[in-house]
Design a protein around this ligand. Structure first.
Ligand code: NAP
Length: 307
């Protein structure tokens, strides 16, 4: 029987991805929406998580598609009420919040899934397999997009906990930490903060790879025209390029695979499997790199940003 799910935060990503993915999967029934200003046609609607938990005890799973700053309180209430919880990325606004939620899920015997949608792009497993059989020489992440186009009017990304350019950048880091056969760590960073904002608009990151490969990332939110979400890889036996955030993979310049984007379908399939098997999935390694960038990063001030 389909599991009854409540979707919290009916904003951009809920409408673009979550609702279609939930409706397309027979394991799920979208039973309620929680949002202060928006609802979903034909679905029970609540203003906040307290009202949901009080009125719909039949709902077993809560999926949180709100910004990271309010996420901990919503997740903690849902876990305490014995609900399985799915977190949009990033899983919180700080690491300690995520550790606490992980512990709470264990104590209440429920599933917690810290999702990384970019990891579930169809080409990521093929790139991981490519790397598993080769020695990495060089890896360069280039994630450059136009913040006005992708985050119109979203003030929360500029507030503490909103992460600024790391909001998309963490997607690249979630792919990096999935495809590498070993962990790497950040050695230095430069972060550019608009003079009127609390989070960075651009960042350069350098990593230490235990095998000596060169590894770096550049994130920039000021890119107009063509948008770039690429990972370029050189190994001892050939090159690979993942582009469009994971939608396209080329190996030695030839298209390996390209197809529809199933990231959110894959996420909801994974959540169904985790709930059925009574497990959690909380990998915080992408978040650790972001926190290290804020810790190690040299801060530069740049032009004010206005939408
Ligand atoms: P959004 O449209 O700005 O926000 C989603 C909804 O969350 C809002 O519509 C709002 O609904 C609710 N919300 C905002 N602030 C809140 C608060 N303080 N307390 C409670 N609810 C609040 O953002 P989004 O783009 O959907 O992003 C949400 C999350 O998904 C972020 O973590 C983001 O990183 C992730 N994500 C976004 C994208 C994307 O392309 N946009 C892609 C992948 C993942 P109400 O005002 O009606 O309550």
């Amino acid at each position: 029987m389909a599991e009854k799910l409540a979707l919290v935060g009916i904003g951009k990503i809920a409408r673009d991805q979550h609702i279609p993915a939930i409706n397309a999967n027979p394991d799920w029934s979208l039973a309620a929406a929680v949002s202060r200003h928006a609802g979903v046609d034909g679905i029970d609607h609540f203003q906040d998580i307290d009202a949901l938990l009080e009125n719909r005890p039949d709902i077993t799973v809560v999926s949180l598609a709100i910004p990271p700053q309010p996420r901990f309180d919503y997740a903690a209430k849902a876990l305490r009420a014995g609900k399985h919880v799915m977190l949009e990325k990033p899983p919180g606004q700080s690491l300690a919040e995520c550790f606490t939620l992980e512990q709470m899920a264990k104590e209440h015997g429920v599933t917690l899934f810290a999702t990384w949608h970019s990891r579930h792009a169809d080409n990521v497993p093929a790139l991981k397999a490519f790397l598993a059989e080769r020695t990495l020489k060089r890896l360069k992440i280039t994630w450059k997009e136009d913040v006005r186009r992708w985050h119109p009017g979203q003030e929360w990304i500029w507030e503490p906990g909103g992460m600024g350019v790391f909001d998309p950048g963490i997607n690249a880091l979630s792919i990096l930490t999935e495809i590498l056969p070993y962990p790497v760590h950040l050695t230095g960073a430069t972060l550019e903060f608009p003079e009127n904002r609390a989070t960075p608009i651009a960042a350069n990151l350098d990593f230490a790879d235990p095998t000596g490969a060169e590894m770096s990332a550049v994130f920039d939110w000021r890119q107009e025209g063509p948008q770039t979400w690429d990972i370029d890889i050189e190994t001892d036996r050939g090159c690979a390029k993942l582009s469009l955030g994971g939608e396209r993979l080329e190996i030695e310049g030839a298209p390996a695979t390209q197809g529809a984007n199933h990231e959110y379908a894959n996420l909801y399939a994974r959540m169904a499997e985790l709930v059925k098997t009574g497990r959690s999935d909380v990998d915080l390694s992408p978040m650790i790199h972001v926190c290290d960038a804020f810790s190690l990063g040299r801060r530069l001030t740049t032009d004010a940003f206005h939408f």
